[in-house]
Design a protein around this ligand. Structure first.
Ligand SMILES: Cc1ncc(COP(=O)(O)O)c(C=O)c1O
Length: 421
C-alpha cells in the first residue's frame, strides 16, 4: 500500500477516535446538593454521613398512603428500614403497627420496641432461631408472641419442626404459609401441597394456629420484554387465589379473616391498579428509594437517602506507571482530569453529585480513601462534600453509626443506626 494511503488511514483513525471521545460530564453541584454541601461544610463534623431527607421521606410516605388507600393496609419491611428511629417515625406517620421481619435478633428488638406490633416473618427461619427468640424475650415485655408474631412455614418438614417447637414451648404458635406464586424462591409449590400440609395439621394434635398466606411476587417487576406485565400479574394472582381456595376448604383451621400478604416496593402499585387477592402489602425500600428502586413503577417517589463524604484530596488525575500516556488520556477523556479522594468508601452506592464523577476502574476501589475521577467542571475542592446514592437500604445502616436527619435545608437531629435513637 502506498505511504500516502497509509497516512490518510492513520489520520482518519485518529480523527474518528477523537470524534468518539467521551463528552465532558462534569458539572458543579445542582442547587439541592450545593445547599447540602454548604450545610455539611459548616455542620457535617467532617466524617462520612448517611443522610435521610425527612421532607422527601414524608412526601414518599404520603404518596404511598394515598396509593394504598384504605383497601390495602401496609406492613413495613423492617430489614429495609432497619433502625428503630426510622421505624417509629414511619409507623406513626403511616398509622401501622404491622412489620415484616427477617432476622431473629431483629424480631426480639421489635418485640421490645413495639410491644403492640404485629410481626410477620418474611422468610422461614430454622426452628433453632425461633427457639432463640423465645429464650431471649424478657418476662413481662408486654409482647404476646402467641397473638402478635407469625412464623413462616415453607414446607411440610418445617411445619413439623414448628409443631414440635410449640409443644416444647408449651404455647400456641401462629403460622402463615409461604406460597410460590411464580418467584421460584420456594414455599408451597401447589395448592395440593398446601392441602396436604393442612391435612397433616388437621389429623395431628398440635398447638399451631394458621393465620394465612404470604406470596411474594418480586419477579413481576422484572418481566422480560416478551411478557405482558398485567398478564403475568393476573396469572400470579390466580395462583394465589387457588391457594386461598384450597386452604379455605379446611374451615376448622382457616381463620375467618385470614392474613393474605404479598407484594414489595417494586410491585405494590400493581396491586393498587389491578384485581388483587391480597389484604395487605409489605413495603420498605420504596420509602427511601435507593437506586435499585429507580423503576417506572415508582415514578411518583423520590430518593430520600444519601451517603455524604468529604473530599480529602483534590489532585490531577494521575495514574501510577502511566505518566507518559497521561496527558493524552486526559485530553481524550476529560472525565479523567481530576482525582478526588473521599473519606471512606466502597459503599454500595453510585456518586450522584457533583455530576460526572465515577469510580476509577483503572485505579480500583478503596474502603479507606475512595478515589473518584471527574473533570475540572465539577469544581470540587478539598473539604467539599460528595453525595452518593445508595443502591439499597438493606444492610447499609450498619455501616454507619447514625442517620443524620435533614429537613428543608437544616440538620434537625439523628437516629442511632442500630436500635433506639
Ligand atoms: C417476603 C418479602 N416481602 C416484601 C419484600 C419487600 O421489601 P422492600 O419493599 O424493601 O423491597 C421483600 C424483600 O426482600 C420480601 O422478601
Amino acid at each position: 500500500m502506498k505511504r500516502r494511503s497509509l497516512l490518510s488511514i492513520g489520520a482518519f483513525g485518529l480523527l474518528a477516535g477523537w470524534a468518539l471521545r467521551p463528552s465532558d460530564l462534569g458539572q458543579p453541584h445542582a442547587p439541592y446538593f450545593a445547599a447540602l454541601n454548604q450545610l455539611l461544610r459548616r455542620e457535617g463534623r467532617g466524617i462520612p454521613l448517611l443522610v435521610i431527607d425527612l421532607a422527601r421521606l414524608d412526601q414518599n410516605a404520603e404518596r404511598l398512603a394515598e396509593q394504598l388507600g384504605s383497601q390495602l393496609p401496609l406492613r413495613l419491611v423492617a430489614k429495609s428500614l432497619a433502625t428503630t428511629g426510622l421505624l417509629e417515625y414511619l409507623a406513626k406517620k403511616l398509622g401501622t403497627q404491622r412489620f415484616m421481619v427477617f432476622h431473629q435478633p431483629q424480631i426480639n428488638q421489635l418485640a421490645l420496641n413495639f410491644p403492640r406490633s404485629d410481626l410477620l416473618l418474611g422468610k422461614p427461619l430454622p426452628s433453632a432461631a425461633a427457639l432463640s427468640f423465645y429464650q431471649q424475650l424478657p418476662q413481662g415485655s408486654g409482647f404476646v408472641p402467641a397473638e402478635q408474631l407469625t412464623w413462616l412455614i415453607d414446607s411440610q418438614t418445617r411445619l413439623q419442626e414448628y409443631a414440635a417447637l410449640a409443644n416444647a414451648l408449651d404455647q400456641p404458635l401462629q403460622i402463615a404459609f409461604e406460597i410460590d406464586i411464580g418467584l421460584a424462591r420456594g414455599g408451597f409449590a401447589t395448592a395440593a401441597e398446601l392441602a396436604a400440609a393442612l391435612t397433616w395439621l388437621r389429623n395431628t394434635p398440635n398447638r399451631l394456629r394458621v393465620r394465612g398466606l404470604m406470596g411474594y411476587d418480586a419477579h413481576l417487576a422484572h418481566t422480560p420484554a416478551w411478557v405482558d406485565q398485567d398478564n403475568a400479574f393476573a396469572q400470579s394472582a390466580a395462583r394465589y387465589q387457588a391457594f386461598i381456595a384450597s386452604a379455605a376448604a379446611f374451615s376448622e383451621l382457616w381463620p375467618a379473616q385470614p392474613l393474605l400478604n404479598g407484594a414489595g416496593s417494586l410491585t405494590y402499585t400493581l396491586h393498587t391498579r389491578l384485581a388483587t387477592p391480597l389484604n395487605e402489602v409489605a413495603v420498605g425500600s420504596a420509602l427511601l428509594k435507593p437506586s435499585d428502586f429507580d423503576s417506572p413503577l415508582l415514578d411518583g417517589l423520590q430518593a430520600a437517602l444519601w451517603i455524604a463524604s468529604p473530599v480529602l484530596k483534590a489532585l490531577p488525575g494521575q495514574l501510577p506507571f502511566l505518566a507518559s500516556a497521561q496527558p493524552l488520556m486526559q485530553r481524550w477523556d476529560r472525565n479523567r482530569q481530576q482525582a478526588y479522594y473521599l473519606y471512606g468508601g466502597q459503599w454500595p452506592a453510585t456518586p450522584v453529585s457533583p455530576a460526572g464523577l465515577s469510580y476509577d476502574r483503572l485505579y480500583g476501589r478503596s474502603a479507606n480513601q475512595e478515589r473518584l475521577i471527574g473533570s475540572h467542571n465539577t469544581g470540587l475542592q478539598v473539604d467539599d462534600w460528595v453525595f452518593l446514592h445508595p443502591h439499597r437500604s438493606e444492610g447499609l445502616f450498619e455501616l454507619f453509626n447514625q442517620l443524620v436527619l435533614l429537613r428543608n435545608g437544616r440538620l434537625v437531629g439523628s437516629w442511632a443506626a442500630h436500635g433506639r435513637a
